[in-house]
Design a protein around this ligand. Structure first.
Ligand code: C5P
Length: 212
């Protein structure tokens, strides 16, 4: 089984994706981390984010198996912004999408979350969920998360980051953030993480009952 979860920044994709993977015994890939890893490598190497050729080289050399995908290593707003800057480059996307598809094909199947999973990476996914929430609700959650991990950029800064990335991710030419026609919409504005997870499980169970 392949489950595709898409949605804007801080909509809960990572947490819900991880928990669905645990529940159904599937592999899990937060594809945002692959773009964040390219952005982080650029920042660490002092490479300009305008350097498309270098971003492409880094993306082609990325081995998803080798990366330490602890989200805490890639949590900062600077890395998020760098990720969204390199994510507009066509060759970066080509390299990372190829790696993500290889990951999805490995048995027993996977949950992938990102922006273009249901539309581009796994258009034939068995279940597609489009998670969304009001930007203010998303910023509140992300600010609380960052504070818990010892960073406190403040609510206003987090909201500005989310709005800027929403705008860039939704309006870029390549693989913009879009709900696939056959994706189930799940609005988590008024749901806590437990309720959102239960709603996601309901969607998967209904799809399974219908023979996927
Ligand atoms: O999901 P996350 O906030 O970690 O993603 C960081 C950035 O990576 C996003 O703002 C987006 O620009 C990019 N991204 C993407 N396609 C994906 C996942 C993430 O373009 N499938």
């Amino acid at each position: 089984m392949i489950i595709a979860i898409d949605g804007p920044a801080a909509s809960g994709k990572g947490t819900i994706g991880r928990r669905l993977a645990e529940r159904y015994g599937l592999n899990h890939l937060d594809t945002g981390l692959t773009y964040r890893a390219v952005g982080a490598a650029m920042l660490n190497g002092g490479i300009s984010l305008d350097d498309e050729a270098m971003a492409t080289r880094i993306a082609y050399h990325m081995d998803l198996e080798d990366l330490d995908f602890d989200p805490r290593n890639y949590a900062g707003a600077e890395i998020a912004e760098a990720a969204s800057r390199v994510a507009v480059y066509s060759e970066v996307r080509r390299a990372l999408v190829a790696a993500q598809r290889r990951f999805a094909k490995k048995p027993p199947g996977a949950v992938l979350d990102g922006r273009d999973i249901g539309t581009v990476v796994c258009p034939d996914a068995d279940v597609k969920i489009f998670l969304t929430a009001d930007p203010v609700a998303r910023a509140r959650r992300r600010a609380a998360e960052l504070e818990a991990s010892g960073r406190s950029p403040g609510f206003e800064a987090v909201l500005a980051d989310i709005r800027r990335r929403d705008e860039r991710d939704s309006n870029r030419a390549l693989s913009p953030l879009r709900r696939a026609k056959d994706a189930h919409l799940l609005d988590t504005t008024d749901l806590d993480i437990e309720a959102a997870f239960r709603a996601a499980v309901d969607i998967v169970e209904r799809a399974r009952a219908a023979g996927l």
